[in-house]
Design a protein around this ligand. Structure first.
Ligand SMILES: [Zn+2]
Ligand SMILES: [Zn+2]
Ligand SMILES: [Zn+2]
Length: 349
């Protein structure tokens, strides 16, 4: 049997190139079991990026340069580690167009790989659990990375740090759950050593975020009906009150009608690309105040698991709003009434 290739992305030899085995082959693993062969070099690179992220964030006040590298390397770590898992399932799956997957191109690294968004979609299709919240954090990180490359960081350093901490948390759990079980021997040992030092730094990094949350905490007390997760820092520190949308952690404001898109991408983890491609902006006209600032999915800090409809224009919480069958505008249906709004009902006499 030929040994694995030297190329970091090269998987084991594909089935059609394999010599006829002399021994009875082992049965293929069940789909949910750890990968039979996880290529270590990409994992190694991903860990290296994570180490760099930690060293840049592990300061009470990271420098702008430190934050820049933290974001760039965190994005690189996410991409490398998630794709390493996808390759362990099937190397063809990292091609942007799976149908055009070619092993020679793959071995030379000469191909267009799928986006991070698409990687997450494909991993989910294989039964790998990635929560919408984690997807939101990663999506937002990608946005920050692009901003960095074009304009430099404009968002507050605190927000970047807080957001990065969430992604770091997610990646550590991902390595534990989906990469570590595919390794053994010296590779597993190396991974454990790397992860140990990353884990040691994590409480300190979280601690810097907590200092700010402790400071703004008293201001949030009694305003739980307006408090949500912020799309920039991912903290439950966003007040959407009386048409004003402000994050106390980031010290940032948004326009009520501009905010639904930020919320959909940064908190709910929707793909910004889908909206650019023409998917409708995730806001409807509020039946209460008339602003185009009502979202069909939002979560408040007092019931973080309960989905509500929320208007950022008048900060009204709705449940069960429906689109009128006649004019399509949103309305609150009464029991046993026609599925049309009061205006249309009056109009029809
Ligand atoms: Zn914030
Ligand atoms: Zn409203
Ligand atoms: Zn109507």
């Amino acid at each position: 049997m030929s040994g694995p290739e030297e190329d970091p992305w090269a998987p084991s030899t594909p089935p059609w190139e394999k010599p006829i085995p002399l021994k009875i082959p082992k049965p293929p693993p069940a789909p949910t079991s750890p990968p039979a062969h996880l290529d270590y070099p990409p994992v190694y690179n991903g860990l290296d990026y994570l180490r760099s992220v930690v060293s840049h964030l592990d300061h009470y006040e990271p420098s702008p340069r430190g934050l820049k590298f933290a974001v760039l390397h965190l994005q690189a770590a996410a991409e490398t580690l998630l794709k390493a898992r996808l390759v362990a399932i099937d190397w063809r799956k990292v091609f942007a167009k799976e149908a055009e997957a070619d092993h020679a191109a793959y071995r030379n690294g000469d191909f267009i790989s799928c986006s991070l968004d698409e990687t997450i979609k494909r991993l989910r299709a294989e039964g790998i659990d990635i929560e919408p919240e984690d997807k939101g954090n990663i999506t937002h990180l990608g946005k920050l990375r692009n901003q960095l490359q074009h304009f430099g960081i404009t968002t507050g350093a605190r927000a970047v740090e807080a957001r990065a901490t969430h992604v770091l948390d997610f990646l550590i759990a991902f390595v534990d759950d989906y990469l570590r079980p595919g390794l053994s021997g010296s590779e597993a040992q190396h991974l454990d050593e790397e992860m140990r030092s990353i884990r040691l730094a994590l409480p300190r990094i979280r601690g810097y975020v907590k200092i700010i949350m402790d400071r703004v905490g008293p201001e949030l007390v009694g305003r739980e009906w307006y408090t949500m997760r912020c799309p920039d820092c991912s903290q439950w520190a966003l007040l959407a009150e009386g048409g004003e949308v402000t994050c106390l952690f980031c010290d940032k404001n948004w326009e009520a009608e501009q905010f639904p898109l930020e919320y959909a991408t940064g908190v709910l983890g929707h793909s910004l690309r889908d909206y650019h491609k023409g998917e409708a902006i995730p806001a409807e006209q509020c039946p209460e105040c008339g602003a185009f600032a009502l979202v069909g999915e939002a979560y408040l800090v007092n019931a973080p698991e309960e989905q509500v409809q929320y208007c950022f224009g008048c900060s009204t919480v709705f449940q069960g709003l429906m689109n009128c069958m006649r004019c399509t505008s949103l309305y609150q249906p009464m029991e046993d009434s026609f599925p049309i709004c009061a205006d249309c009902l009056a109009d029809l006499g």
